[in-house]
Design a protein around this ligand. Sequence first.
Ligand code: S3P
Length: 418
Amino acid sequence: MQRIQSREYFAGEFSLPGDKSVTHRAIILNSGAEGVALIKNALLGEDCLSTCACMRALGTKIDIDGTTIRIEGTQQFRRGQELNCGNSATTLRLLTGYLSGKGIDAKLFGDESLSFRPMNRIAEPLSLLGADIKTTDGYAPVYLSPRNLHGAHVELPIASAQVKSAVLLAGISADGETSVREPFKSRDHTERMLSAMGADIRVDGNCVTVKRSALHAMDVCVPSDLSSAAYFMALGALKGETLCKNVGINPTRTGIFTAFDRLGVEYFLANRRVLGGEETADILVKKSDLRGIELTEKDIPSMIDELPLIALLCAFADGVSRITGAKELRIKESDRIQATVQLIRGLGGECEELPDGFVIRGKKKLVGGAVDSYQDHRIAMTAGVGLIASENGGYISRPECCAVSFPDFFKELGIERC
Ligand code: S3P
């Protein structure tokens, strides 16, 4: 249990850790590429360390020095490995796709939370390419056996970067052409990195096509993670003024700005440039009067990980907010619809659960209270913001789960003992 005091004013300049999605992909893609790569400003949270551990078990040489990862790829992965993906669905799903055409067998598994996350969503599309993936009644452990893959067209029923990436990473080992279409565009870091590393890849709206490709190693300078910066941006909007530097603003990730525009948050982007194939900017956010908003299905993919935080901002707004089309939240590290509703109520706010989202009655002020993280990093960090911005502060139990994506989160907030 961690005590968190409320603050009248919150301001400062923050350098956030590297992007989680980009770090995972840089490790995986360089692990089987020809040559040596340096990944700078890599995120060394538990999730990305799980990816490193899996790739090491498969025979890749990986050295970590500060926030730089040196990767010496291997052309032949080791067979018969048991790959522990920890809490990370990105590791398990991307690796299953990537390894499915690499001529090896493997078992992929994870912790209790990961064992409750659906894996048929990757097994089914990968089987269309001829992959042999067996799940455990639709969940992890997942077992893969070597198969020669052939190209196929995959229509995804949901927008999911993890599923899309699993198909694309299998597609680069398949004969012929593999294409994948999703109903709305999800984050496209895989497409960008594959293209930069020499893959034969084409993007046409929501449809991506790849052919068999050998990748060459590529140094990557990882931008700071917008999903981590979002907590500090939210504190700027609620309590003062914050500046987050060198943050990735890939357009498939910037739904938080759509939410900010509707909420009435005052923010500015400066120093825009391109870092490692991804656009970055410094983001300044100022204290703003917030109003209730509406978000629907098409808005969701580009803000999927920020939704608990956006719901919290709605609880501090004037008016009613309605967020729908977000049923994917039910199968994240926790049931994030239920966890967010409990969090907002625990802070003294009013939030009602919908099957695919929430209705939040904004109160402008929340008193604070005792809340739980549900052992979900995004809920823990949203709780931290809510308690600081509340009138009386309060307590959060099990805050240490933020280590999967942002180990120093509470320290960065100036809260020492956690
Ligand atoms: C991720 C994709 C998203 C996101 C997750 C990271 C990725 O998941 O929620 O935190 O790196 O590809 P889905 O693909 O399940 O939407």
